[in-house]
Design a protein around this ligand. Structure first.
Ligand SMILES: Cc1cc2nc3c(=O)[nH]c(=O)nc-3n(C[C@H](O)[C@H](O)[C@H](O)COP(=O)(O)O)c2cc1C
Length: 340
């Protein structure tokens, strides 16, 4: 079924196709059709950050940037959803076109640049949904905020989402916001993590609720940056790491004329690099901090490989575009068979 829908959607540019798909899902939901989708196979549950994940397959950030479709994605069989990236103030993102499909390679290049409605509106969307599952809120800095003041933006997002998120993600790895990835360098990173940690301590006491925070890293980070990230994450007891965001490397897609488009590459061409980064940090972290594996997971086998190589949970984005929601079923089935 998805093959037919995909043929139709792929006639449009990726951003239009996304809006069409979301419109279609909304209509299907209104008519109760999403309830007819087969249930995902049961997966062995796992407990992370004191939270029970019944199913380790999550939706990666970027597909529901403004938390507008929680009730829809919750019906597709995901074990958890992540919304965002959300910035303190609304912003339009980069000019269009800003998303490119590399059909043959099963990849996507995007340079959206954190287009989003801002944290206040996004939190209202969360509050007005009836979603009661596991929800990650992924936060970033506004385009106009200088990198030296970035921590302030993250603190705003952190405070405002603290009560509504199951976990919060500090996104310092998007290649589409100028200089953002500098925050992964030693000085910036230590200051940022130290201020978020002390805010977390304050808010935990104030609200009597502990909301874990994770850091999302780039597959392009140097080994030295990864070492620093791991050391600081261990020092400040960061709750988790998400590996990885998109890459600026194009080595595996040079035959496609679209490879010259600037932005972050995701999907199948990202897989090897994301896995390498994940393995590197898992080796450094020695199971002391949970890791969510994301990047290029396009089959059940990919998901199993990520779990076998240190990930505690996985997320998908591009795989959903190229394979449809069947991928969630395939992942759960293979993971259950494998008992990873
Ligand atoms: C169109 C698009 C938009 C994205 N937007 C975000 C974002 O706003 N924040 C973020 O942390 N990651 C974002 N991502 C990255 C994904 O969450 C994920 O880390 C990356 O795409 C690798 O996974 P995949 O190969 O399964 O797509 C985006 C990815 C795509 C393709």
């Amino acid at each position: 079924m998805y093959l037919i829908i995909k043929k139709l959607l792929f006639l449009f540019d990726p951003e239009k196709a996304h809006h069409l798909a979301m419109f279609g899902l909304r209509v299907a939901n209104i008519f109760g059709l999403l309830r007819l989708l087969p249930q995902v196979p049961k997966c062995k549950s796992r407990i992370l950050f004191n939270i029970t994940f019944e199913n380790p397959v999550g939706l990666a950030a970027g597909l529901d940037k403004n938390a507008e479709y929680l009730n829809i994605f919750s019906k597709l069989g995901f074990g958890f959803l992540e919304v965002g990236t959300i910035t303190p103030l609304p912003q339009p993102g980069n000019s269009k076109p800003r998303s490119f499909r590399l059909t043959k390679e099963e990849g996507i290049i995007n340079r959206f640049g954190f287009n989003n409605v801002g944290i206040d509106k996004a939190i209202n969307n969360i509050k007005s949904s009836n979603f009661s599952g596991i929800l990650g809120v992924n936060i970033g800095k506004n385009f106009s905020t200088p990198i030296e003041s970035a921590a302030e933006d993250y603190l705003i997002g952190f405070r405002k989402s603290y009560l509504y998120a199951t976990y919060i993600v500090i996104n310092i790895s998007s290649p589409n916001t100028k200089n953002l990835r500098q925050l992964q360098g030693y000085d910036f990173f230590e200051k940022l993590i130290s201020s978020i940690k002390s805010e977390q301590n304050k808010l935990t006491k104030y609200h009597n609720k502990y909301t874990p925070f994770l850091v999302k890293i780039s597959p392009d980070a140097s080994d030295q940056d990864l070492d620093n990230i791991c050391n600081i994450a261990l020092k400040f007891k960061v709750d988790g790491i998400i590996a990885t965001n998109t890459t600026i490397e194009r080595d595996s897609v040079t035959l496609n004329p679209q490879h010259k488009e600037s932005g972050g590459l995701s999907g199948k061409p990202l897989y090897a690099k994301a896995l390498k980064t994940q393995k590197y940090i898992c080796n450094r972290l020695q199971n002391k901090i949970p890791v969510i594996g994301v990047g290029g997971i396009m089959s059940g086998r990919d998901g199993v490989e990520r779990l076998e190589n240190g990930a505690d949970l996985i997320q998908i984005y591009s795989g959903l575009i190229f394979k449809g929601h069947n991928l969630i079923h395939e992942l759960c089935k293979k993971i259950q068979q494998n008992k990873s």
